[in-house]
Design a protein around this ligand. Sequence first.
Ligand SMILES: NC(=O)C1=CN([C@@H]2O[C@H](COP(=O)(O)OP(=O)(O)OC[C@H]3O[C@@H](n4cnc5c(N)ncnc54)[C@H](OP(=O)(O)O)[C@@H]3O)[C@@H](O)[C@H]2O)C=CC1
Ligand SMILES: O=C(O)CCC(=O)C(=O)O
Length: 446
Amino acid sequence: MNQSTNRFLDLVSKRNAGEPEFLQAVTEVAESLIPYIASQPRYKNSKILERIAEPERVVIFRVAWLDDKGEVQVNRGFRVQMNSAIGPYKGGLRFHPTVTLSVLKFLAFEQVFKNSLTGLPMGGGKGGSDFDPKGKSENEIMKFCQSFMTELYRHVGDDVDIPAGDIGVGKREIGYLFGQYKRITGTFNGVLTGKAFEWGGSLIRPEATGYGLVYFVEEMLKDREETLVGKKVLISGSGNVAQFAAEKCINHGAKVLTMSDSEGFIYDPLGIDLEKLEFIKELKNERRGRIKAYADHFGCEYHAGEKPWKIKCDIALPNATQNELALADAEMLINNGCYCVAEGANMPCTPEAVAAFNNARVLYAPGKAANAGGVAVSGLEMSQNSLRYSWGREKVDHKLKAIMTDIHHICVKYGKDEQGHINYEKGANVGGFVKVAEAMLSQGVV
Ligand SMILES: NC(=O)C1=CN([C@@H]2O[C@H](COP(=O)(O)OP(=O)(O)OC[C@H]3O[C@@H](n4cnc5c(N)ncnc54)[C@H](OP(=O)(O)O)[C@@H]3O)[C@@H](O)[C@H]2O)C=CC1
Ligand SMILES: O=C(O)CCC(=O)C(=O)O
């Protein structure tokens, strides 16, 4: 690490003490960006990176609600409005007991670069709550969402800040949040994305993150003149991103061997086919059950309390949560011949794991590039809402594919080294930064 990077990180560490996830995300970006910024005095003198690493605004609020027993419950709500240089704040809401300010600041920071990479006019934000949806009744979920929006509504708007889903927030929660926003403001607009199609959602938004991830992987493989056909793929997670990444992999001829949840993973050596995937979708989206039920039903291995990275594969797609793939996991993957890792989740690989992949010349794509398809189609949902119109499936899918291909080109443009190796991490960081930096320069010191 050079001196400027050290100085910058010292400053950020002091200002954000006790926020390990945020510091991890900023460090990862600073390491590849600061050498680039050194060659661009305009960015350096205007302290663009220093400003990007400081949220424009953070809102923290109480969410009190009544559970089914009539008891008062209290949670904490957040919205981090990180950067609005290229458009209104945009990014998901996460409902999970591990949510802290640090987690949401890391996610909002990543979102700034990711949204820029999509080429669409969206700034970066993220929000959520430490509310745990697991084990809650339908009524409790609705009550919580209504109380959450009763505070959040004053900070968001279709030209101001447009939240969407993330862990623990899907179509159901977006529905309750939207209903409450409409009730309070008396307006029907595109304040949230990830809405159901019938009332303003975009086709392909549910599929977009997983499909986009696979389109990105296909671009990575093209450089080796390969396709997904016959490739063995490990997937972690079994939520929104994991389900549709699995679906696209299967449809494009790959063999998906694993899926997981926070309690363990299933290993199906025959491959999860579309019919078995339907079982998982129903299990997770309707019955809200555990992944173990798959192993019980189809008679395959279940590894309680473990992650899938010890299984031999060609491609690994971590699609669950941050820091779910550590150095020892990366070493197992590399030793077992895995040569492509693309992040469907945000920051799932620890810095040590990423360094191991880069040293071993594994094709490694960071989430801010590889999982940008979700927010990209959210951007397209915003366009359709503005037009008061809905595009067909094929049109949205076509645009998603084009955006993922463009992001791949950007990563190659800024990330290819003299030996021809593509450092996607550097490519995504520099490529995402330039557009935001130029906008900030144009808009003066704010
Ligand atoms: N939804 C989207 O459009 C986008 C999502 N992402 C990222 O993708 C990842 C997954 O999100 P999404 O699929 O939407 O979320 P879901 O809530 O639909 O699914 C999350 C999955 O991850 C598992 N999981 C959550 N926390 C942990 C943990 N601590 N350890 C192990 N497994 C865990 C869950 O298991 P369990 O059910 O047991 O909790 C579940 O299988 C997140 O990192 C998110 O930020 C990125 C871009 C867009
Ligand atoms: O669709 C969106 O606005 C949010 C997607 C998201 O939260 C993410 O990209 O991590």
